[in-house]
Design a protein around this ligand. Structure first.
Ligand SMILES: [Zn+2]
Ligand SMILES: [Zn+2]
Length: 244
């Protein structure tokens, strides 16, 4: 039997110490924060969340194990699934450190499909690559890759589900995902705070990639990630310990 803390210690090793498992805490916000039902699909940020103020990741063991049961994730796939959840949150950390995150709600939460893309791509390729930040993950990608089609296929609401369009555009056209992000970010920043169009991000993505305007960002204008540092990971104390 493996507990979540064993898996987090393994992930600490996968990240070469860039993520540090720090233990359990009782002061997490997840109970108040998480209200969504799994029948609406997978919202990874209800299983774990990134605390911008303290630059920490908090995992809600209760919600995480509930999702593992609900989506019937079994055996070795559980490790891959938890690695994906943590990597999605770590990508929020990267966007935060790079000051490339904007506070938008609903379908305009542009960070979400990109964090999904970066997390799934990291497991497929064995490294996280965003702008000048490259982190080689200490994993045997072959043994984790086989679970990616299942994890990718899980239903997700917008804007999370738009990572699929990102994969389609990036792979079909050989595009750099960070440049696409920068382009879309500047477009989203100009939009009103709420959008009535649920497909707005996909429309912007097609406009941006078809026109090739993401290629006009000059190298010297690309932001640089400095002081990514170490992100601490905590387990919230809202549930009993689970074994998988
Ligand atoms: Zn919790
Ligand atoms: Zn997220």
């Amino acid at each position: 039997m493996t507990g979540i803390s064993d898996i987090l210690r393994w992930i600490e090793d996968v990240y070469g110490g860039v993520l540090v498992y720090s233990g359990r805490r009782d002061d997490c916000l997840c109970e108040k924060k998480f209200t969504g039902g799994l029948e609406e699909g997978l919202v990874v940020d209800t299983l774990a969340y990134y605390d911008r103020e303290n630059k920490e990741i908090i995992i809600c063991e209760c919600n995480l194990s509930e999702s593992i049961r609900y989506f019937r994730i079994r055996g070795d796939a559980i490790k891959t699934y938890i690695l994906y959840v943590l990597t999605h949150e770590f990508c929020h950390h990267l966007l935060d450190v790079a000051k490339l995150s904007i506070d938008r709600s609903g379908v305009l939460k542009i960070d979400e499909p990109f964090c999904e893309f970066l997390a799934l791509n990291a497991i497929a390729t064995g490294s996280i690559h965003f702008l000048n930040f490259v982190l080689k993950l200490n994993i045997d990608t072959e043994s984790h890759k086989r679970f990616l089609p299942y994890i990718s296929m899980l239903p997700r609401p917008p804007p999370y589900k738009y990572f699929r369009e990102l994969f389609a555009r990036a792979y079909a056209l050989g595009l750099r995902i960070d440049r696409i992000y920068l382009c879309l970010l500047s477009k989203v920043a100009k939009l009103p705070v709420e959008s009535p169009d649920p497909n707005i991000l996909v429309r912007l993505l097609y406009i941006t990639t078809l026109s090739g305007e993401h290629n006009f960002i000059k190298m010297e204008n690309l932001p640089t990630l400095r002081n990514v540092g170490v992100a601490r990971v905590w387990i919230c104390g809202c549930s009993k310990k689970t074994t998988f």
